[in-house]
Design a protein around this ligand. Structure first.
Ligand SMILES: *[C@@H]1O[C@H](CO)[C@@H](O)[C@H](O)[C@H]1NC(C)=O
Ligand SMILES: *[C@@H]1O[C@H](CO)[C@@H](O)[C@H](O)[C@H]1NC(C)=O
Ligand SMILES: *[C@@H]1O[C@H](CO)[C@@H](O)[C@H](O)[C@H]1NC(C)=O
Ligand SMILES: *[C@@H]1O[C@H](CO)[C@@H](O)[C@H](O)[C@H]1NC(C)=O
Ligand SMILES: *[C@@H]1O[C@H](CO)[C@@H](O)[C@H](O)[C@H]1NC(C)=O
Ligand SMILES: *[C@@H]1O[C@H](CO)[C@@H](O)[C@H](O)[C@H]1NC(C)=O
Ligand SMILES: *[C@@H]1O[C@H](CO)[C@@H](O)[C@H](O)[C@H]1NC(C)=O
Length: 446
């Protein structure tokens, strides 16, 4: 059988064309646009301040903190809210949270002193198990906020406080908000329509005033070094493509600490401060990442294929509770079944639907334990081969992006992906057409 050479060229270049459209898409989706995440364009943490009562002596305020992010969560040690009072306000009382410092209350004479007199208070959530008389509904989770998709019942925190100023009547909204988690910046308070409350759904009362403060995440601000990397393998090729060397750090660099296998950390006991994020201490590897994800194309059936994803914790001093993983792959629109993880598509655009979020099953594998024998979680998923799209060629079976707990993971370079054996030889015409298309597309991309 003889093949029409032109036909061959066209077919091959359409593959290249696809790869380039794809790269275009990839570049545009990871361009470092400040604070904008195409996978979750409206994602934000909103602080809502409701002024419930106000008289000459004091104001009663309810502050709600809601995590409107699809896949980013606030993990331990939790949020730590801060702001600047514009006057000489003091917090007399607080339910559902507490100020870390009382501050200088010497300007108040008499018996009872305020809860906090600082101009820039620092507020933390109470721990689970707080006595009922100090709680509000939806408080006391130790500052941990789940993502909207992962656990909609735990994406908010609420606390209440009595505020008064000695020199000014009424309530003056503070400014310069921070939530104490790396990578988030908060905007100004904006007055919005007052919140309404009802006990029975028949009669509604409303807040005297409501303000929203929006806080956004930017990975660029959070940290310049990646926290995870991806390795790849496939049943059709015995090569395992490892995480790129120095993905997260390099052995031997100043400040890059790691432990060789067999060594146990001697400083483990010293770093048990619950209020602080434990420093990362990883098992020595070429990539030096605390999280290493392996994507294995495991099997091919007539109309399905199977992928196995393993998440390894390489951090010796950290358990990741309520971890999550986001993957981009064009075939995720045809997921048939995901075993031992929860799965939910994150459709960014209705017509693409190529992104999905995976997370652990409660009490089974929602906690990714520290490095060691149990320090990994894994899933297998079954995908339908979409006719006209599915192929094992050109690394199509591998993910385009992986994020762990909202942070981008380092992928091996595409030209190193495990290849199908005996790919057809490239001929000269093919290369010319390919180069032409590449240039064209690069121009379109730019
Ligand atoms: C914050 O998220 C909510 C819920 O998705 C959305 O309604 C709101 O518009 C977002 N705010 C901003 C400023 O993006
Ligand atoms: C203000 O925040 C609340 C949630 O706390 C949200 O439901 C509401 O849509 C926000 N309003 C505006 C105008 O962003
Ligand atoms: C808020 O921050 C700005 C800039 O740091 C500062 O000039 C201003 O005084 C702060 N506001 C208050 C009320 O302290
Ligand atoms: C505490 O505040 C008072 C005035 O409110 C001031 O005179 C005093 O110096 C402050 N003390 C300290 C230690 O800052
Ligand atoms: C991680 O969890 C295991 C089991 O619950 C516990 O034994 C271990 O101390 C935890 N490690 C850290 C660093 O919290
Ligand atoms: C995306 O795919 C999932 C199946 O994985 C499906 O349930 C969902 O409806 C799809 N969404 C869109 C917008 O096509
Ligand atoms: C397996 O993939 C590697 C990496 O792309 C490639 O160098 C190698 O030739 C492939 N092996 C076979 C048998 O094709």
């Amino acid at each position: 059988m003889k093949m029409n050479p032109f036909y061959f060229v066209v077919q091959r270049s359409s593959h290249i064309l696809f790869s380039f459209i794809f790269l275009c898409f990839l570049f545009s989706s990871i361009s470092p646009s400040f604070g904008y995440d195409p996978l979750d364009p409206y994602g934000n943490i909103t602080l809502k301040w409701d002024l419930l009562t106000s008289d000459t002596a004091s104001n009663y305020v309810r502050v709600s903190m809601l995590n409107f992010q699809k896949y980013r969560h606030i993990e331990q040690p939790g949020w730590k809210l801060g702001w600047d009072w514009k006057g000489d306000e003091a917090i007399w009382n607080m339910l559902g949270a507490e100020a870390t410092e009382q501050g200088n209350c010497s300007r108040f004479k008499g018996g009872q002193l305020p809860h906090c007199c600082e101009r820039t208070p620092s507020i933390v959530d109470l721990l689970p198990g707080t006595p009922y008389n100090m709680q509000t509904t939806n408080c006391c989770k130790g500052g941990v906020l789940s993502s909207m998709i992962q656990d909609p019942s735990k994406y908010g925190s609420v606390f209440e406080m009595t505020v008064s100023s000695a020199t000014k009547a009424g309530f003056n909204m503070p400014e310069n908000f921070t939530i104490g988690v790396q990578g988030y910046t908060c905007g100004d308070a904006v007055p919005v329509a007052p919140s309404k409350y009802s006990l029975d759904g028949r009669r509604w009362t409303q807040a005297l005033g409501t303000w929203n403060v929006t806080c956004m995440y930017s990975q660029f601000l959070a940290s310049t070094t990646p926290k995870c990397c991806v390795s790849l393998s496939a049943f059709y090729n015995s090569t395992i493509v490892p995480c790129p060397k120095c993905s997260c750090s390099c052995q031997g660099l100043p400040g890059a600490k790691c432990l060789n296998s067999g060594e146990t950390p001697s400083l483990l006991r010293e770093i048990k401060d619950k209020n602080r994020e434990p420093p990362s201490l990883v098992r020595c590897s070429e990539h030096m990442c605390p999280i290493w994800i392996h994507w294995h194309v495991k099997q091919s059936y007539t109309s399905y294929w199977r992928v196995k994803i393993t998440v390894h914790n390489q951090n010796i001093v950290k358990n990741y509770s309520e971890w999550n993983l986001v993957a981009l792959h064009p075939n995720l629109k045809s997921v048939v079944q995901v075993f031992s993880f929860n799965y939910e598509p994150l459709s960014q655009y209705e017509f693409i639907n190529d992104t999905g979020m995976f997370w652990g099953i409660k009490f089974y594998n929602d906690m990714l334990l520290q490095e060691g024998a149990g320090g990994n979680v894994q899933t297998e998923m079954l995908l339908q081969k979409d006719p006209g799209m599915f192929t094992f060629r050109e690394g199509w079976g591998f993910p385009r992006r992986i994020l762990f707990n909202g942070d981008e993971c380092v992928m091996p370079p595409p030209d190193q992906y495990p290849r199908l054996p005996n790919i057809g030889q490239h001929d000269a015409k093919f290369s010319i057409v390919a180069i032409f298309f590449s240039l064209l597309l690069m121009m379109l991309c730019a």
